[in-house]
Design a binder for this molecule. Structure first.
Ligand code: ASP
Length: 291
């Protein structure tokens, strides 16, 4: 079957907040082209979403890996997770520092008996795997942090920088997988846990796979990714599951977005905010959600 792919670089209220629509589109399309090429050459879904997350983590305009936002104490702590829809296996790391690709740790943990590690454990794993020490800090994120510090981090979220990343793929064999990676909400308390390494923010079965972005607390409150995937399992189409879940979210004034693919190859996305920065390949052509 024709592979399908959708990736996102966050959601937000200002379509320009990743440095301009044209630049964001170009960067998303470049990654779509690289990953879709691998999918058509036979890469499996879990390999493809891992590769997509690595490329998105390397893009400094997005809040994951290089370019992650700083927490209230001025440190970067990143979270990432993967879920293989075929094996229904979730793995992830929470609040890990000084690594280039947090998604690689999640990938390693797919075959480990302990599949979600937090700060200390994730750091030990980084050492055990001999991953080079890497500082993901960029000048822009540091300047934004210094600016927010003037008002004592009163904002709910780092609005300028919002941009967790995620990828959902359906491979040639009809297998689904999803990956999500984040620097967090920005300016949060030490120890805050993001939705991105929980099934609320990243979830897949053999029927559907969904990655979320936005205010993590809202995503957790809705159990968003699991909610959408379960609705598909219970018989809704992917589009129906998105529409119902987002109607409920709007009524509760939630602030987030999500992308997904189902086993038939349908691609869907939605958001309660102005824009979700996503691009896809539907087997025939590329498209995006940037308007
Ligand atoms: N969901 C992420 C978090 O709350 C942030 C984001 O999506 O930009 O940690």
């Amino acid at each position: 079957m024709l592979p399908k792919l959708i990736i996102h670089g966050g959601a937000g209220d200002n379509p320009d907040d990743k440095g301009g629509i044209a630049e964001t589109r170009a960067s998303l399309y470049q990654i779509i082209d690289a990953v879709y090429g691998k999918l058509t050459a036979g890469m499996d879904a879990i390999g493809a979403v891992t590769y997509a997350c690595q490329l998105l983590e390397d893009e400094p305009r997005f809040n994951a890996g290089t370019g992650s936002v700083l927490q209230s104490d001025g440190q970067i702590r990143m979270s990432a997770s993967l879920m293989n829809g075929e094996t229904q296996c979730f793995s992830g790391v929470i609040n890990v520092s000084r690594v280039q690709h947090p998604i690689d740790l999640a990938k390693y943990l797919q075959t480990s008996p302990d599949r979600v590690l937090s700060d200390l454990g994730a750091q030990e794993l980084t050492r055990e795997l001999n991953l080079p020490i890497y500082n993901p800090l960029t000048d822009q994120r540091l300047e934004e942090w210094l600016e927010e510090r003037k008002t004592n981090f009163r904002r709910k979220m780092a609005t300028v920088t919002r941009g967790t990343i995620g990828a959902v793929a359906l491979d040639q064999d009809g297998k689904l997988a999803v990956g999500t990676s984040t620097g967090g909400r920005g300016f949060e308390r030490i120890g805050r846990v993001s939705d991105s390494a929980t099934p609320a923010g990243n979830y897949a079965t053999e029927l559907a796979a969904v990655s979320c972005t936005g205010v993590g607390e809202d995503i957790l409150d809705e159990g968003l990714a699991v909610r959408i995937v379960t609705r598909v399992t219970d018989g809704m189409t992917l589009q129906e599951a998105f529409s119902k879940s987002f109607a409920e979210a709007r009524a509760r004034k939630r602030d987030f977005g999500a992308i997904g693919i189902d086993r038939s190859g349908a691609i869907a996305w939605d958001k309660t905010c102005a824009v979700i920065f996503a691009a896809y390949h539907n087997g025939i052509e590329r498209g995006d959600t940037l308007g």
